[in-house]
Design a protein around this ligand. Structure first.
Ligand code: NAD
Length: 430
């Protein structure tokens, strides 16, 4: 079966991910007449850290790994962004993801900047002790390039609370015992026992839902009784699906790295999440039938939530999509050309920097809780998240109307205007 990875290399849109992110940025910069000096500053990341580090494998051999930490901008606060473990991680990908993080923090009004990191590896090929040693050695190699007041990683594809706790623990050992607790906030997305926030695991899916709820109401679209399909059934996809289902929508099809499944009667999102946890993917799920990738994209449903990797919607498969909404759970899932074609066909694309910003928002809540040694109730986390997602979604809808632009450019225009204002106040040193 053709995988997303095959599709990525076949796609006709041959830009690398950073070129794609830069093209989106330039388009929005032109719309708001962004000051050329601010545009120049934001066009490249401030720091690009590449580390090659050795790790002992279970069989005693030593293997080299390459890791990245790209710090795009910290005008509004510490660099912030996930760490990805995936075989396709490269400099261009991490640079794009870091830039998107800057836009996301600014859009949400979070006092943080943008960064991203990753290690080029397939985590499924390593044992847990090997992954632990890789994560710890990567953290050690990054050294003081991260820190709770400087650059704060979080989970992304292929990483989760387990890896965040390993990073936190390794980072802490670099400090005197009396200072260690103050460094707990070096990462977010930790386990609850280690200072993680309630609601962080579901935050991106939950935030996507809160955003879509406001957008749907604005359009007069009813979520209860609607249908949807999801690509990627990891953290973002599975939580978005469960929350959509709990709100009365029906999940019709799912695609992940193991295959695609569908059921016209609906797939129970909670039951599938338990199956994926036990089996590592959707393949073989007994209460749905296996389908091809084109059949998956052609699913007749109201909403499509891409929540796997970037550029999964390209001009090859865009033509199959008939959904009314594409709500981007993943970062950069839609190529530029595919997006223009979707928009031309009247399909609304709710952009990643808005739709998936619930993750960074609750990461920010976690960082605040660590700073002041508080533990917030889940209800408080959800309420604050809902308030911020709803407010930002409304602002983006207003911006789209005011500037008469497509949704992504509306969201980007707002984010860039805020960063521009901050840059202008501070000026450039010296
Ligand atoms: P994850 O590792 O939990 O899940 C990734 C999913 O993508 C898995 O279901 C996997 O099977 C699927 N996938 C991987 N390779 C694939 C392939 N070749 N074909 C089809 N499916 C494939 O990752 P996640 O944290 O859920 O992240 C998913 C997306 O959401 C990424 O773009 C990430 O950057 C973005 N995102 C994540 C967060 C977060 O809080 N975790 C926040 C914002 C955005």
């Amino acid at each position: 079966m053709q995988t997303l990875q095959d599709r990525k290399t076949e796609m006709s849109d041959q830009m690398n991910l950073f070129q794609m992110a830069s093209a989106q940025f330039k388009k929005a910069a032109a719309v708001i007449n962004l000051d050329p000096s601010v545009e120049a500053v934001l066009s490249e990341p401030q720091n690009e850290i590449v580390v090659n580090f050795p790790v002992t494998m279970d069989n005693g051999t030593i293997r080299m790994f390459r890791g990245y930490r790209i710090q795009h901008n910290n005008t509004n606060g510490p660099y912030k962004g996930g760490i990805r473990f995936h075989e396709s991680v490269d400099l261009a990908e991490v640079k794009a993801l870091a830039q998107w993080m800057t836009w996301k923090s600014a859009l949400m009004g979070i006092p943080m900047g943008g960064a991203k990191g990753g290690v080029t590896l397939n985590p499924r090929e390593f044992s847990e002790p090997e992954l632990r040693r890789i994560t710890r050695r990567f953290t050690y190699a990054l050294g003081n390039n991260i820190g709770p007041e400087y650059d704060i990683p979080a989970p992304d594809v292929g990483t989760g609370p387990r890896e965040m706790v390993w990073i936190m623990d390794t980072y802490m050992t670099m400090y005197n015992a009396s200072d260690r607790n103050a460094t707990r906030g070096v990462v977010t997305g930790k386990s609850i026992l280690q200072g993680g926030s309630l609601g962080r695991d579901k935050a991106t899916g939950q935030g996507l839902f809160y955003c879509f709820e406001v957008w749907a109401k604005h359009d007069g679209f009813k979520i209860p009784g609607s249908t949807f399909f999801v690509q990627g059934y990891g953290n973002v996809g599975s939580w978005a699906a469960r929350i959509m289902q709990d709100a009365g929508a029906r999940l019709l099809a799912v695609d992940d790295h193991t295959g695609s499944i569908s059921s016209p009667d609906g797939i129970d999102a909670h039951d599938l999440a338990a199956y994926v946890k036990a089996h590592g993917g959707v393949k073989g799920y007994p209460r749905a039938r296996e389908i091809s990738v084109p059949e998956f994209f052609a699913t007749k449903a109201d909403v499509f939530i891409p929540a796997a990797l970037e550029r999964s919607i390209d001009i090859e498969n865009e033509k199959y999509i008939t959904a009314r909404y594409v709500v981007e759970g993943a970062n950069g899932p839609t190529t530029l050309e595919a997006e223009q074609r979707l928009l031309a066909r009247g399909i609304t694309v709710i952009p990643d920097i808005l739709a998936n910003s619930g993750g960074v928002t609750v990461s920010y809540f976690e960082w605040v809780q660590n700073k002041i040694s508080e533990v917030w109730e889940l209800e408080r986390v959800d309420m604050e998240l809902k308030r911020m997602m709803a407010r930002t979604t409304e602002h983006v809808l207003e911006e789209i109307k005011k500037r008469k632009v497509e949704p992504r450019i509306g969201a980007l225009s707002l984010a860039l205007s805020r960063i521009e204002a901050a840059h202008k106040e501070r000026g450039i040193f010296p």
